[in-house]
Design a protein around this ligand. Structure first.
Ligand code: PDD
Length: 284
């Protein structure tokens, strides 16, 4: 099916959509993005994604070509036009097209692109019943991972390394401690404590992470935001990741070592249920 996409103020069929070869997103990865999930035809945590988008833009001194209300209307129109009941909406904003120059150009109109990916089985993901396998790799990304830029080559390399090793994803390690997964935040559980790295420039402040930690605290679970090592993760009772595309996903193996019983843990399974239940109710 031909998708309807949104480019710079216009809805059009995907094969008619174009951006300039001089777009700085293409030349410099000078752009930011967001991924929002859709369940039951409604947006999950749209406000959180809109807020983080604005922060990413501000950090890069990039103009926002839309208001939050306009952005919401575009998301909804793409859901409608593409009859998405379950899936993902990708939003990319770049600094725009300009003569090639490392310095930011002035007076350039940002490029904005949104497209959908229909994906059944996001909520009812069979992987949630068996869990993911991860490998560990060195974190070789740049130092401002809190900005959600379209610079995703190292995470792609990490995914390929995981695939080659027969795993699903990679957890990245810097200075001996885990930063995050290639496209998700990483957690371990020891006793009744959920451990996940504290926020900073080293990781993306996950929108799912914020909701899941809030729900965990509300459910009287203990949360410790601190770094952990791969050895600590291997000795943990449970492990899991969170993201807009996986929600809460159990991790059952790290570098070939089974975590806990080697099956999805009770904490991750419960948090997934709570998250899906609450977010479905709050979806817009
Ligand atoms: N990835 N860390 C990284 C490096 C990410 O790329 C993502 C999201 C997350 C989780 O953030 P959130 O909970 O807001 O989705 C953490 C998206 C899903 C992607 O690139 O497809």
């Amino acid at each position: 099916m031909t998708r309807t996409v949104y480019v710079n103020g216009t809805y059009l069929p995907e094969h008619e959509a174009t951006v300039s070869i001089f777009d700085r997103g293409f030349l410099f990865a000078d752009g930011v993005y967001e991924v929002t999930s859709v369940l039951d035809g409604k947006l999950i945590d749209f406000a959180g994604h809109a807020k983080r988008l604005q922060r990413s833009l501000d950090e890069l001194e990039m103009a926002n070509p839309t208001t939050e209300d306009e952005l919401l209307a575009i998301h909804r129109e793409l859901v409608r036009a593409n009859t998405i009941t379950e899936g993902l909406i990708y939003l990319q904003i770049t600094r725009g097209a300009a003569d090639r120059d490392f310095a930011y150009p002035e007076g350039v109109t940002p490029t904005i692109v949104l497209f959908t990916q229909a994906k059944t089985g996001l909520a009812d993901n069979p992987m949630a019943k068996v869990g993911m396998k991860v490998i560990s790799i060195e974190d070789q990304r740049w130092g401002r991972r809190d900005i959600k830029t379209v610079q995703l080559l190292y995470p792609s390399m990490g995914k390929m390394a995981a695939k080659a090793a027969g795993a699903h994803d990679a957890w990245m390690v810097e200075d001996g401690v885990v930063t995050e997964g290639t496209s998700n935040n990483a957690y371990i559980v020891k006793g009744n404590t959920i451990i996940t790295r504290q926020l900073g420039h080293e990781i993306l402040s996950g929108i799912t992470r914020a909701a899941v930690l809030r729900m965990a605290r509300e459910a009287q679970m203990k949360v410790d935001e601190r770094p952990f090592t791969i050895d600590e993760a291997k000795a943990a009772d449970e492990a899991f990741v969170t993201s807009a595309s996986t929600f809460v996903m159990p991790v059952v193996e790290i570098d070939g070592v089974a975590i806990g019983t080697g099956a999805p843990g009770a904490v991750a399974t419960r948090l997934r249920e709570i998250y899906l239940d609450e977010m479905r109710k709050a979806a817009i």
